[in-house]
Design a protein around this ligand. Structure first.
Ligand SMILES: [Zn+2]
Length: 416
């Protein structure tokens, strides 16, 4: 028997909000979305569940590292600089070697469900966390990460291991795998190029951190700046782009040169990119997952959200991990983006609608799952959340902490 979920306001995202709206769910799938009076007449035998508040598609956290959910002490407060933060992070990671990363990642998913998050772009450093999303019945892409791998090691051993992980992890319509070279400065250029090629041959998605750090541009352009020393310290020699005195290209152009951009790829952060850089990303069909709280925590600037909006770029939203953020509540980042957009002079009335789009359908598109999740449409997976607010602007500016129910695949996962 189908279930008719009704709410004071239903926001499909892919179409205008519906006061006194309803969503019909059969099994794991949405079969109809519309006005309550029409849908109840069309489905007289459906079981009816009424929710007080605003019902929206499950939120998509397009960039996080769920296995670092136990790193909250590192992400609790702001660090003086990226290097300071990075040292604190590495220290914590060394202390936690051998942790049961799958359990930690699943704990993060439980936190997300309480905040209406039902899908993830999750970067996985330790393979034990690779199936956390599918084990927990939430949608998303688990991106296996490669970091600090010299070319010889990649060819001799790592490439085969990565291939085995990506081809042996079970996938489904809503759960996929991908490959995440950490950043273009922590992975050597020949490995970046070959990893991008490998992802395409295996038909999996790509994801990198890009333009998160203010000195990244100098690193790619001229092979100089504090990141050079940082890499030398970790790997004992400069990567090839530094050894040849830089590429002459900025972050976005260098990422394109390495084959990292495309409609099958999305970036995290995109803070230190100018209009030309943003255009390169957008022309390639690449979404950017903006993570403003994380950027502030690691001692950086927030992303130029007003510019992203004015230029109509492809954007999504992420929390990043608890190693650089204070919670996995995506609406905290959404409300901060709204504030930053206003501070940046963005004053059009579509602000909240566009930010909700970024946190739902934008995130789904960033993960290549826009046909499966991200909006309320017949045929899509029945993933949605209800918040105790009366409108989209209220949801965007003060929705954090107001989630009253979260449903994934038609099943209620959390009730507040
Ligand atoms: Zn990250």
């Amino acid at each position: 028997m189908p279930t008719l979920h009704t709410a004071d306001l239903v926001v499909p995202v892919s179409s205008p909000p519906i006061p006194n709206g309803a969503v019909v769910v059969d099994g794991e799938t949405i079969t109809a979305v519309g006005r309550l009076d029409e849908l109840s007449a069309a489905h007289p035998v459906a079981e009816v569940t009424h929710w007080d508040g605003t019902l929206v598609p499950g939120l998509v956290n397009a960039h996080t590292h769920l296995q670092y959910t136990s790193f909250a002490t590192v992400g609790a407060s702001r660090h003086a600089s990226y290097v300071h933060w990075s040292e604190a992070f590495v220290q914590e990671y060394d202390l936690r070697r051998g942790e049961d990363w799958g359990t930690t990642a699943r704990a993060g998913i439980e936190q997300g469900l309480r905040a209406g998050v039902t899908a993830y772009g999750d970067v996985v450093t330790d393979v034990a966390a690779m199936t956390a999303l599918s084990d927990s019945g939430v949608a998303g892409v688990a991106y296996y990460e490669i970091i600090g791998v010299p070319q010889e090691q990649w060819q001799d051993e790592v490439k085969d291991r990565v291939t085995a992980i990506l081809t042996s992890t079970p996938t489904s319509a809503e759960f996929r795998v991908g490959l995440s070279p950490h950043t273009p400065y922590t992975v050597d250029e020949p490995v970046l190029i070959d990893a991008a090629d490998l992802a395409r041959r295996l038909g999996v998605r790509l994801h990198v951190h890009l333009a998160e750090v203010d000195s990244e541009d100098d690193y790619y352009r001229t092979g100089t700046g504090p990141l050079v020393e940082r890499i030398m310290m970790r790997v004992g020699r400069p990567w090839s782009v530094v050894a040849r005195g830089g590429s002459g290209m900025g972050a976005a152009e260098y990422a394109r040169h390495c084959g990292l951009l495309g409609p099958d790829s999305h970036m995290a952060h995109g803070v230190y990119v100018d209009e030309a850089g943003r255009e390169i990303l957008d022309d390639a069909g690449t979404y950017v997952a903006l993570c403003p709280r994380s950027n502030l925590t690691v001692g950086g600037q927030p992303p130029p959200i007003a510019d992203y909006l004015r230029e109509h770029r492809r954007i999504a939203v992420g929390t990043d991990s608890l190693g650089s953020s204070q919670s996995l509540d995506l609406l905290e980042d959404v409300s901060l983006l709204a504030e930053l957009a206003a501070d940046g002079g963005y004053d059009l009335p579509d602000l909240e609608e566009r930010l909700l789009h970024a946190a739902t359908l934008g995130g789904a598109a960033a993960l290549g799952l826009e046909d499966v999740v991200g909006s309320l449409e017949p045929g899509k997976r029945a993933d949605f959340a209800v918040f105790a607010v009366g409108s989209v602007p209220d949801l965007v500016t003060e929705g954090s902490g107001t989630c009253v129910a979260t449903v994934t695949g038609g099943g209620t996962r959390w009730r507040g």
